[in-house]
Write a protein of this length. Structure first.
Length: 216
């Protein structure tokens, strides 16, 4: 009888004991056209072994993530990605939602398409990325004793802002998928947790925190 190659274990994305029978692309693999794999530019996209539930539960969020950042990505495959975003808006599972929330504005003399999306709609994907990268960085899992939260830059406490700005230039960044995404972690002086910073395609750097429960 053939043995099952999948094993039970603690999923690094949800922290629960489950069958680790799936792999999640973080960021979503839809951000990378097939041509990149054919040319071997990115031979292996980043994937994290996890449970099927974690891999499948953010499909709609993955689509929004692609549309938002695919329209702005500063990478050499931007044209192919923008075309793919257009097809997703026209024919994808969320086509109606995307069309209703799409807007146009003039930027430097050209018409640019945008999408009204709330941070909370992107957070499920971002938080999985933080957990996956945290597992790579520290060899431990963000379990029930911790939680991931997004830091709104405009509302961060000045003490934390000062701490981040003081150490920012000394951060060590880890590249993902040929540097199209990169991340870094910073230990909190208070010992309450760590900051995580994720740069998406040179568009924007998002700030997160992994905190021990009961800490603010």
């Amino acid at each position: 009888m053939a043995k099952c190659k999948h094993k039970m274990g603690v999923c690094p994305l949800c922290g629960h004991e489950r069958l680790l029978d799936s792999k999640d692309h973080l960021p979503p693999d839809s951000m990378y056209p097939k041509e990149l794999k054919v040319t071997n530019y990115i031979p292996r996209l980043y994937k994290k072994r996890c449970c099927t539930k974690c891999n499948n539960e953010t499909k709609n969020n993955d689509t929004l993530f692609k549309v938002v950042f695919g329209s702005l990505a500063e990478v050499h495959w931007s044209d192919a990605l923008v075309d793919s975003v257009g097809r997703t808006i026209e024919k994808g599972n969320l086509s109606r939602y995307l069309k209703e929330n799409t807007y146009y504005e003039e930027v430097e003399g050209r018409l640019v398409k945008g999408l009204e999306v709330h941070q909370a709609q992107l957070d499920p994907v971002f938080h999985k990325m933080v957990k996956a990268y945290y597992h790579d960085q520290y060899g431990s899992i963000v379990d029930d004793g911790c939680f991931v939260d997004t830091i709104p830059k405009d509302h961060i406490h000045q003490v934390h802002r000062n701490e981040i700005e003081k150490k920012w230039n000394g951060l060590d960044w880890v590249e993902v998928n040929k540097g199209s995404v990169s991340y870094s972690f910073m230990e909190m002086d208070s010992g309450q947790g760590v900051y995580c910073f994720i740069d998406i395609f040179g568009v924007y750097t998002f700030w997160f925190v992994v905190l021990k429960k009961g800490k603010k």
